[in-house]
Design a binder for this molecule. Structure first.
Ligand SMILES: [Zn+2]
Length: 91
């Protein structure tokens, strides 16, 4: 998981919130995820299996720290995005 993320809040028994500056702009972002997903991810589950409810952008941020804007700036408008979005035709 992106090393600059911090766990900042426990929303309720099942959800936790992470926040941190994005890798690309140093802007603060936050992502709320199910606690069970964090446990499975830490146990080695693939991120799309651990957090099926997050958007591809949110997952990318959790992994690499790139926000959507930074991803688009780095890789071009959405091109590769199609490829990493598992909800769009996951082979
Ligand atoms: Zn950014």
């Amino acid at each position: 998981m992106y090393h600059r993320l911090r766990k900042v809040a426990v929303i309720d028994e099942s959800m936790v919130m992470f926040e941190g500056p994005c890798f690309c702009h140093d802007e603060r972002h936050e992502v709320t995820v199910p606690r069970a997903g964090v446990t499975s991810y830490n146990a080695g589950a693939r991120i799309q299996d651990a957090f099926p409810d997050l958007s591809a952008d949110e997952r990318e941020f959790l992994i690499s720290g790139l926000c959507k804007k930074g991803w688009d700036e780095t890789f071009g408008e959405g091109e590769l995005h199609e490829g990493i979005a598992p909800d769009k035709g996951n082979k």
